[in-house]
Design a protein around this ligand. Structure first.
Ligand code: F6R
Length: 615
């Protein structure tokens, strides 16, 4: 969490940093701040609230001159969101200023030591401890800033991406990374620093992604020097050419990123299987699977580790892998798995699913699994992310940047990759006939068009949203492949509209949740023709007789549910294992419209952040 931006070069730093912070606001948005070097001194302004609040305040408060600066948008960990706890933080002398993403776990003991040495603290943050530790080392050891950062970081336990500069040496910014991402954009006589490449994409396509335990001294007009934090070894930095473009990170005429991303799904799914699904040749090609086929075929089981929406995609994959490839699957919350002392063997395959590729719990879970000899396969969206790099092999989802905090296209593209994997393994294991395999490929190829059709329900879903927007609870029910979709529908509603919602397997209703049903309770039931249809219709009868309000997600042309439900939303017909790719669309739209009608901040819901890099 938290977004960091920095600039050193020949242009005005302020507009680059403020725009960069707006692009990184998905990472945290409870406070924001900027420090600029104006040629004489550091000018610092920070505030609780959004980057727009900072902008308003800052332009009246300080001069925005200067070609060197750093900025931060925060998701609070240590210390409540307020002006004082916002970053950047000064050292006691006022010479150094720092921004930080991550958590310094031993900050309390470091703080006590520094207090004993006469340091004082204004904020409750671990970051202010770190900048004073750097200052203390710099003075006591009489070393330059870069060396002081290195010595200080060797005393720190935790995770960080930092950028720090010294007003007495205003020609360099020192950056470092452990566990939180940090990219350096390399321009012509100028450098950009950011948590991801979006703040600098219009200025340069060349970027260095620091690895864990690396630091860099970024000097005006010079080359970037990268070193290992532990042993001072120089590293030859790899300058990567970015594929990202500006349109991908802008709203493109939509009111919200979430809506844009919902509508991008046909293309995103197509991009996910481009070059991988070869229906003419009746083939699926996934390099990460192909190269490790022996391991996959010898595996006793697959363990999926993930969080949130990615965990729901993992649950869908449990049905697909077991159904098609007959491989036993366990789906684990990464946060539980990592602390449970799980039984893991060398014959286990771990599939780590993560949009951001930075989720701390998922990263820790795969490190644990690797340490016990398991083979780790990553399904990530963000190229070059920590999980993608830590995994032994993997497949990217190629969904393009997902900026809305509520995950949408990440979910459907994750399911697409996992379906391709299951199909490839099923074929290799002979658990699916060649005609069935071909049929699945042909069907999967039709999904982008069918998602397009499902999106046409948008206006009708909006009318349903208007009817139920004031409900205080929602129930979502599904069976089989659509049980995880019910969970995902409930999560979408909760996180952006703050309405309490629960997802359940439809048949479990009678074991408890049915007690909740009365005429006030909207129940969203996924009842597609393929997938225990008659059983779900019986569940709908049970809801109806208790006067619940039924919103059915049905297959085009449905008759039975139409007779019972208060509203039905149709999606095109497809084979059972692919129905989640369609049934999830109206659920995304329903939560979106309700949140908009309730005037909630759809793209930046309270208390959340896009990339959860803390435990
Ligand atoms: C929900 C949502 C979160 C994420 C979760 C995992 O809409 O976005 O539940 O799915 O934080 O994030 P990743 O996939 O980046 O590991």
């Amino acid at each position: 969490m938290c977004g960091i931006v920095g600039y050193i070069g020949r242009r005005d730093a302020y507009p680059i940093i403020i725009k960069g912070l707006q692009r990184l606001e998905y990472r945290g948005y409870d406070s924001a701040g900027i420090a600029l070097y104006d040629g004489n001194d550091i000018k610092l302004s920070k505030t609780k609230g959004k980057v727009s609040d900072l902008k308003e305040r800052l332009e009246n408060e300080i001069t925005t001159d200067g070609t060197l600066g750093i900025g931060h948008t925060r998701w609070a960990t240590h210390g409540v969101p307020n002006d004082v706890n916002s970053h950047p933080h000064y050292s006691n002398s006022g010479d150094l200023v720092i921004i930080h993403n991550g958590i310094i776990e031993n900050y309390d003991s470091l703080r006590k030591e520094l207090i004993n040495r006469g340091y004082t603290f204004k904020s409750d943050t671990d970051t202010e401890v770190l900048v004073n530790l750097i200052e203390d080392v710099k003075k006591n050891e009489n070393v330059k800033l870069g060396k002081a950062v290195q010595i200080a970081l060797n005393q720190v336990i935790g995770a960080y991406a930092i950028a720090v500069f010294d007003k007495n040496k205003p020609n360099e910014i020192v950056v470092a990374r452990l566990g939180s991402p940090l990219a350096i954009g390399v321009g012509d006589d100028e450098f950009f620093i950011a948590s991801d490449a979006s703040p600098f994409i219009e200025f340069t396509k060349n970027a260095i992604y620091l690895e864990d335990e690396e630091m860099a001294i970024v000097r005006r007009g010079k080359t970037v020097k990268v070193r290992k934090i532990k042993n001072d070894d120089l590293v030859d930095p790899y300058i990567q050419e970015l594929q990202l473009n500006l349109e991908q990170i802008e709203k493109g005429g939509y009111d919200h990123f979430m809506l844009k991303e919902i509508y991008e799904q046909p293309e995103a799914i197509q991009d996910t299987f481009r070059g991988r699904l070869l229906s003419n040749e009746a083939m699926v090609k996934l390099a990460g699977v192909e190269d490790n086929m022996k391991k996959f075929l010898a595996a006793d089981r697959i363990i999926v580790v993930a969080c949130g929406t990615s965990w729901h995609a993992g649950l869908v994959s449990e049905y697909i892998f077991e159904d098609l490839a007959r491989i036993p699957v366990e789906v684990e919350y990464a946060s539980e798995f990592r602390y449970r002392n799980p039984v893991i063997t060398e014959r286990d395959i771990i599939i780590a699913i993560s949009q951001s590729g930075e989720t701390a719990d998922t990263l820790a879970a795969i490190k644990l699994a690797k340490s016990r000899g398991a083979f780790v396969f990553g399904v990530c969206n963000v190229v070059g992310s920590s999980i993608a790099r830590e995994a032994d092999a993997g497949a990217y989802t190629h969904a393009g940047p997902e900026i809305g905090v509520a995950s949408t296209k990440a979910f459907t593209t994750q399911i697409t990759v996992l379906t391709l994997m299951a199909l490839r393994l099923a074929r290799a294991k002979g658990t699916i006939s060649s005609s069935e395999f071909r049929h699945h490929l042909i069907e999967l190829e039709t999904i982008p068009n069918k998602v397009e059709v499902a999106l046409k329900s948008d206006a009708y879903v909006e009318t349903i949203a208007d009817i139920y927007k004031d409900a205080t609870n929602f129930l979502y029910l599904g069976r089989g492949y659509n049980f995880p979709v019910a969970l995902e529908g409930a999560l979408k509603l909760k996180e952006i509209s703050y309405i309490h919602a629960e997802g359940y397997p439809a048949a479990e209703m009678k074991h408890g949740p049915i007690a909740l049903i009365d005429e006030q309770m909207p129940v969203v039931v996924i009842a597609t023709k393929k997938g225990h249809y008659e059983k779900v219709v019986s569940n709908i009868q049970e809801i109806k007789s208790r006067k619940g309000k039924i919103i059915g997600i049905v297959t085009e042309g449905d008759v039975s549910v139409k007779e019972l439900a208060d509203h039905v939303i149709e999606v095109p017909e497809t084979i059972e294992c692919l129905t989640p790719l369609l049934t999830t669309i109206p659920l995304q739209l329903l939560s979106y419209h309700i949140a908009v009608m309730l005037d909630k901040n759809v793209d930046q819901p309270r208390n959340l952040a896009k990339s959860v890099t803390v435990e």
